[in-house]
Design a protein around this ligand. Structure first.
Ligand code: G3P
Length: 216
């Protein structure tokens, strides 16, 4: 399972990229807005400069025509851009037009297997089930990831499943066990994945023991 970062914050992307584990970045309008007064295109280009892998930027139009125009424009910003399109009827129309032009699509706001079956058929390169948001309303987000992976595998569907809206390290383990191809996570969760108190305690003890022996 690849690890992608779900943020539009440049410092977080810089820090995380040093670890050598981040293979892509997803953004969404809320994450970009959280950054304050930044120009969307410039921010996405900055991210593309840091990350070699796919960088996902979302269209804002709600109508197919607008999504298609925006998608074409965004896709020209950098070679590693993936256009995020929401799961609506207009979105499906845009996905089918843009994917036929060779533009890579991340179908976003996915909450059912049926939605991603349609998206995959329209040409989505990636589909993004929002795990945390389903958990928030009492549904099992990880079960949805497992169902999508199973159905895609059974029918030899090539679209990749990005487990999104992951909120904590257990979500990452569960997404991996469910067979997600990619997990996109906030920076905080990435650092939580790395952290273990026994690693810190063990390291402190090694260093103390070394110095004690060297002194003797
Ligand atoms: O990738 C989708 C993600 O940004 C949504 O996360 O925590 O707002 O549900 P959240």
């Amino acid at each position: 399972m690849q690890i992608w970062l779900d943020t539009a914050n440049i410092e977080e992307i810089r820090e995380a990229s040093k670890l050598g584990v981040v293979k892509g970045v997803t953004t969404n309008p809320s994450l970009v807005a959280k950054e304050g007064d930044v120009d969307f295109r410039s921010r996405v280009l900055e991210i593309c400069d840091i990350i070699d892998g796919p960088v996902c930027a979302e269209v804002l139009s709600l109508e197919a025509e607008g999504m298609i125009a925006e998608g074409r424009d965004i896709s020209r910003w950098a070679p590693n851009i993936v256009v995020k399109i929401p799961t609506t009827a207009a979105g499906l129309e845009a996905i089918s037009v843009l994917s036929q032009e060779g533009i890579k699509i991340n179908q976003t706001l996915c909450f059912s297997v049926n939605q991603v079956l349609l998206g995959a058929s329209a040409g989505s390169t990636y589909v993004s089930p929002f795990v945390g948001r389903l958990d928030d309303v009492g549904h099992d987000g990880i079960q949805l990831v497992a169902d999508m992976v199973e159905v895609f595998s059974k029918h030899n569907i090539k679209s990749l499943v990005i487990a999104a809206s992951l909120r904590h390290p257990l979500h990452c383990v569960a997404a991996a066990k469910a067979g997600a191809h990619i997990a996109t996570i906030p920076y905080k969760v990435l650092m939580q994945m790395l952290k273990h108190p026994l690693t810190d305690i063990g390291l402190t003890r090694f260093v103390e023991d070394w110095h004690r022996l060297v002194k003797v």
